[in-house]
Design a protein around this ligand. Structure first.
Ligand code: NAD
Length: 385
């Protein structure tokens, strides 16, 4: 399966229904746009997004917002954007953007989706995770479905050359029949788990999940802005028979080859004829019937954001569905929420989820008050030992 067909194949109904769209106009005609963009939340990721939109001539950055006046002033000065403010709805009303992008912390999702839809934008670009709870995730999903708006969720690591290379090895068939996908990260759940699921599900062929089972330990990150158990691990059974094995947080193993603690992630696929895996901060490697191979690569926002943003133009043009579309992200989000429910309720959890819940509250009640144990000594400084 080529990267192109993988991308088309990544989409189910709903958001994926746009897969058949084609850009209008004669060959060589000027492309549509530039598409007007508003970016809300001028922290780390908001600046990454705003900078990448501004650098792409298919887009025009027309408005910026942050509740922190100094932050939005500094960003507007740096990026040379005149329309700025602390009220996202007001900025969106004035700007009438084609793309409403928000990069606020995970606690703010529904209100931003509502503002994006009300603004008349054709596409919302949001940060992961989809939400903190299934209750909010259901609301977001229903708003997106009802409005028909296109949504992309920023799992942009997949653009890394090493992530792509593993995708190519899997798609080439060189691993034979894929039976297992796996993913580990030392960073905690609300930061890292949706990334691990997104990419391991990609290597599994983007199947639906049928059930999960998980366990968790450690309470020191429940008060974090990315509220999480310190360590969560579990299994995913996919409809195509592939099994996923995922570990996220304090107990996850070291990836000695990685160049930074946050990049100690290993995501791969095993098949009947070999394996291939990406190390977020340490390149890729594969062993197949014909021998072993490896190559470089480390997660790099400067390299990953431009193609991620370019694919937003492609989806708006109607040439192809964005690989980070909401349908795929939502399926991963449900797997994450099902992990949490398995921790709280015990046993296997069937997917799709049918009833809303507050998974963080469930976890806070369920996770034992015992110190977490570490998978590598270097994780102790990131968690309260
Ligand atoms: N995709 C990735 O690789 C990646 C990496 C890091 C973080 N993230 C995600 O990006 C999101 C943002 O993370 P960050 O590190 O940029 O956070 P940040 O704290 O640096 O920035 C968030 C900004 O949002 C602003 N904000 C909060 N409420 C607002 C509101 N109602 N209106 C306008 N602005 C508001 C804050 O003042 C702050 O400036 C999170 O969901 C995080 O999980 C993704």
């Amino acid at each position: 399966m080529s990267e192109q067909s993988e991308r088309a194949g990544a989409n189910g109904a709903g958001q994926g229904a746009h897969a058949t769209e084609r850009a209008g106009g004669a060959a060589g005609a000027k492309p549509p746009g530039p598409y007007k963009v508003v970016v809300v939340g001028m922290g780390k990721r908001g600046m990454h997004h705003a900078t990448a939109f501004q650098a792409n001539d298919r887009f025009e950055l027309v408005g910026l917002c942050d509740i922190d006046q100094k932050r939005v002033d500094d960003a507007a000065g740096k990026l040379g954007v005149a329309l700025k403010g602390t009220d996202a709805a007001a900025i969106a009303r004035v700007a009438k953007p084609d793309v409403f992008c928000f990069c606020t912390l995970p606690s703010i999702r529904t209100s931003m989706i509502e503002i994006g839809i009300a603004s008349g934008a054709k596409l919302i670009a949001m940060e992961k995770p989809v939400a903190l709870t299934s209750a909010e995730g259901f609301t977001v999903r229903d708003l997106v479905a009802k409005s028909g708006i296109k949504v992309v969720v920023s799992h942009q690591h997949r653009y890394g050359q090493h992530y792509q290379k593993v995708g190519e090895v899997v798609a080439s068939g060189a691993l034979g029949r894929i039976n297992t996908v796996y993913a580990t990260a030392t960073g905690w759940m609300m930061h890292m788990l949706s990334h691990l699921i997104e990419y391991s599900r990609w290597y599994a062929g983007n199947p639906d999940a049928e059930w999960v089972m998980a366990q968790a330990a450690g309470r020191s990150k429940f008060g974090d802005v990315h509220p999480s158990p310190d360590y969560i691990a579990g299994f995913v059974h996919y409809a195509n028979g592939v099994h996923g094995v995922i570990e996220c947080g304090a107990g996850a193993p070291d990836v000695p080859e990685a160049d930074a603690w946050w990049r100690k992630c290993r995501i791969g696929a095993q098949g009947t004829d070999g394996f291939a895996e990406v190390l977020t901060g340490g390149g890729w490697r594969a062993v197949t019937k014909t021998g072993s191979s490896s190559g470089p690569g480390s997660m790099n926002y400067d390299l990953d954001m431009p193609p991620y943003i370019q694919d937003i133009a492609g989806w708006l043009d109607g040439t192809r569905v964005h690989p980070c579309n909401f349908d795929g992200a939502y399926k991963g989000f449900e797997i994450m929420m099902a992990f949490c429910r398995s921790v709280a309720e015990g046993g296997q959890i069937a997917l799709p989820l049918t009833t809303p819940a507050d998974e963080i509250a469930l976890l806070t009640r369920a996770v034992a008050d015992r110190k977490v144990r570490f998978g590598m000594a270097g994780s102790a400084k990131e968690y309260q030992a």
